[in-house]
Design a protein around this ligand. Structure first.
Ligand SMILES: NC(=O)c1ccc[n+]([C@@H]2O[C@H](COP(=O)([O-])OP(=O)(O)OC[C@H]3O[C@@H](n4cnc5c(N)ncnc54)[C@H](OP(=O)(O)O)[C@@H]3O)[C@@H](O)[C@H]2O)c1
Length: 255
């Protein structure tokens, strides 16, 4: 079955590297126009140049925005609509983790930053995309959560709490925006990106051995799931969170 993404327009936050970049690349390969956003324009311009070279027919726009800044978010959504006439797919991917440690030592400033970027930004960008384009045009939203939103982990408890919120926001928006827009999420396990480097780099072999599928995730593993959820391939799915984790959460509790 085809994804039907050819000629559609997808806006991806956090598209300059890692999972977001892989998702943008995979959507462009499906023939979608892609709007790349993250904080640094130069990094986005590099990704945009690569995508234009690889997919000369795909429209590519690079527009910097801090996901937590309402004005920058609105300007990015506006730029996408001006350039391509509307938004069909929104991928809420940008994420951050400014704190590692026990939750009892977490300070308010870093807690607020985590909520702003991982949690409220999803509400903000969904609202903008809906009001500016999707309410009329329809479409699909893919939120990037984490398996950490479903289990406990040392050191990243509050980050994971915001990811649990993403899973619930996905259900709530699925109901509020139905039947016009489908809203689903992906819960990745440990993926080899900059964000998670401190978690995987020192222990890659040991962690890989403990996973049923024997390896850590690559950004492309998540991109494949994002294309599926964004496309007609998932046309009867909404409110769901697809776990893509090499089997980490189905590991036996006692090996
Ligand atoms: N890697 C994993 O193991 C893993 C597992 C589960 C879930 N996830 C989730 O997957 C998503 C992507 O993470 P990743 O692993 O690909 O991380 P990454 O390689 O560090 O990429 C993060 C992206 O988000 C952008 N970004 C960060 N803060 C931003 C902000 N305030 N405003 C706009 N853009 C911002 C970054 O660009 P700039 O710095 O230029 O803004 C970059 O493009 C996140 O939501 C993360 O929580 C990752």
């Amino acid at each position: 079955m085809r994804t039907g993404l050819q000629g559609k327009t997808a806006l991806i936050t956090g598209a300059s590297r890692g999972i977001g970049r892989a998702i943008a690349t995979a959507l462009a390969a499906e023939g979608a126009n892609v709007v790349l956003s993250s904080r640094r324009q130069e990094s986005l311009d590099e990704v945009a140049a690569e995508l234009r070279a690889a997919h000369p027919d795909a429209g590519v726009l690079a527009k910097a925005a801090h996901v937590g800044d309402a004005d920058q978010a609105a300007a990015c959504v506006e730029a996408a609509v001006e350039e391509f006439g509307g938004i069909d797919v929104l991928v809420n991917n940008a994420g951050t983790n400014p704190y590692f440690g026990p939750m009892v030592d977490l300070d308010l400033a870093r807690a607020e930053k985590t909520v702003q970027v991982n949690q409220f930004a999803i509400v903000q960008w969904t609202s903008l995309a809906w009001k500016r384009s999707m309410a009329e045009r329809g479409g699909a939203i893919v939120n990037i959560a984490s398996v950490g939103g479903m289990v406990t982990e040392h050191g990243i408890g509050y980050y994971n709490a915001t990811k649990a919120a993403v899973i619930h926001l996905t259900r709530q928006f699925a109901v509020e925006l139905a039947p016009v827009v489908r809203v689903n999420a992906i819960a990745p396990g440990l993926v080899k990106t900059q964000l998670a480097r401190a978690l995987w780099e020192p222990n890659e072999e040991a962690i890989s051995k403990a996973l049923p599928l024997g390896r850590l995730g690559e950004p492309e593993d998540i991109a494949h799931a994002a294309v599926f959820l964004a496309g007609d391939t998932a046309s009867w799915m909404t409110g769901q969170t697809l776990v893509v984790d090499g089997g980490s959460i189905v590991r036996p509790a006692i090996a």
